[in-house]
Design a protein around this ligand. Structure first.
Ligand code: UTP
Length: 295
């Protein structure tokens, strides 16, 4: 067992479902209310104890790097004008020098390939993988915190799963759990099964704690669904070879911000959670609903 210190953020995807917005802007910089997706993930990892943050980037992602750096002119102006709160939210959360690294994926060959690109920066240790476009508002403790505890107990790999309606299982990677409960051992993972063949309705979502044993599996570069090097395929091969995987069942709200619908839902969900925006948001929704129902 290793103490989890590293968080990996694969942000090298093309984000084609969000074109034209993502033509030059990374999907992970899209804001939910007033914060880019990537910052939510970063804060989640930080709260779970991660101190080193590795971003797997691609071309057009420079703005993302800049977001994790000082913005000197802006900060000086805010300082001079004594805009303390704005300065705080611009600067005070920044990682310390040496706590972030950016690795170029060079070619977007899939999530598995993105993770593999970090192999020389992770040695004999487990690491967290967070997909920024998957947003979670937990009921209580964050999923990643719960996953860290399971990793500390088992020393093995841990993935987050979320129950989906049975008719939707064919859109996800689904696990075959051993028994029932909030933490279950995984017997097998099935990519996009038909509802009749699905071993459960628990879908793998974008939070993983992986041991470095994953790298030799990714090294093979086997292509899976969509011609991409899939992380799920490598994890399944690890299970077949006897590596331990547990699933932590997430509760609360989950938003797939890689899709337009999920992104819109996330904005509503986070606005409703915000004390300043809750009332205006309810008022806006009531007005729109009234209008929509009249049609
Ligand atoms: P997605 O499946 O959402 O792919 O990747 P995408 O390319 O970003 O988006 P669409 O489907 O074209 O709209 C899930 C996560 O994996 C990262 C993405 O950046 C996203 O955070 N990813 C995907 C990589 O880092 N590299 C890749 O080659 C593919």
């Amino acid at each position: 067992m290793t103490i989890l210190k590293k968080a990996l953020y694969p942000v090298g995807g093309l984000g084609t479902r969000f074109l034209p917005a993502t033509k030059v802007m990374p999907k992970e910089m899209l804001p939910v209310v007033d914060k880019p997706l990537i910052q939510y993930s970063f804060e989640e990892a930080l709260a779970a104890g991660c101190e080193q943050h590795i971003f797997i980037t691609g071309r057009n992602k420079n703005v993302l790097m800049n977001h994790f750096d000082h913005a000197f002119e802006l900060q000086r102006t805010l300082d001079e004008k004594e805009k303390k709160h704005l300065l705080e939210i611009t600067r005070d959360w920044l990682p310390k020098p040496g706590q972030v690294a950016f690795i170029r994926q060079q070619e977007p060959l899939g999530l598995g390939h993105a993770v593999w690109c970090a192999r020389n920066f992770i040695k004999d240790e487990a690491f967290a993988v967070l997909l920024a476009d998957e947003m979670l508002i937990p009921d209580g403790e964050s999923s990643l915190n719960r996953m860290v505890k399971v990793h500390e107990e088992t020393g093995g790999n841990v993935v987050a799963v979320y129950p989906v309606p049975k008719e939707k299982v064919s859109s996800y990677g689904i696990i075959d759990p051993e028994g029932e409960g909030d933490v279950v051992r995984i017997k097998r993972m099935v990519e996009k099964p038909s509802p009749d063949n699905a071993p459960s309705n628990l879908s793998i979502i974008g939070r993983y704690i992986l041991t470095d044993a994953i790298f030799p599996y990714l090294e093979k570069g086997q292509r899976g669904a969509g011609g991409e090097i899939q992380l799920t395929d490598a994890m399944q091969r690890m299970i077949e070879d006897g590596h331990t995987f547990h699933a932590v069942v997430c509760h609360g709200q989950r938003f797939d911000c890689g899709s337009r619908r999920g992104f819109l839902e996330a904005n509503i969900g986070y606005a409703l959670q915000n004390p300043e925006l809750h009332e205006p948001m309810v008022e806006i929704m009531e007005r729109f609903l009234k209008k929509a129902r009249k049609k």
